[in-house]
Design a protein around this ligand. Sequence first.
Ligand SMILES: [Zn+2]
Length: 98
Amino acid sequence: MAAGVPGRSTAAHRKNRAELKKLTAEHNLPCALCGQAIDTTLPHTDPEAFEYDHIKSIKTHPEIADDPSNGQPSHKRCNQNKGAGDARPGLGDPSEVW
Ligand SMILES: [Zn+2]
């Protein structure tokens, strides 16, 4: 196991993620991938939960993996769809009207 994967498990990434989540909650920032609101109080296991999205892939841009400007809010589900290379829009069941 590596000591820390940039953009995934480093202290810098945890800090970036926590700060972005706080900003998302305070300003009701929408998901950057589908444009819908994010409920930051949902547990991380929920597909609608907040997830830190790397604008530029950490695989192709490891040098900016922990750069806060490379992060944007997203839903866990949307981020996973993106990660899988499937660009279908994140249209799900709207669980809440904001
Ligand atoms: Zn989304």
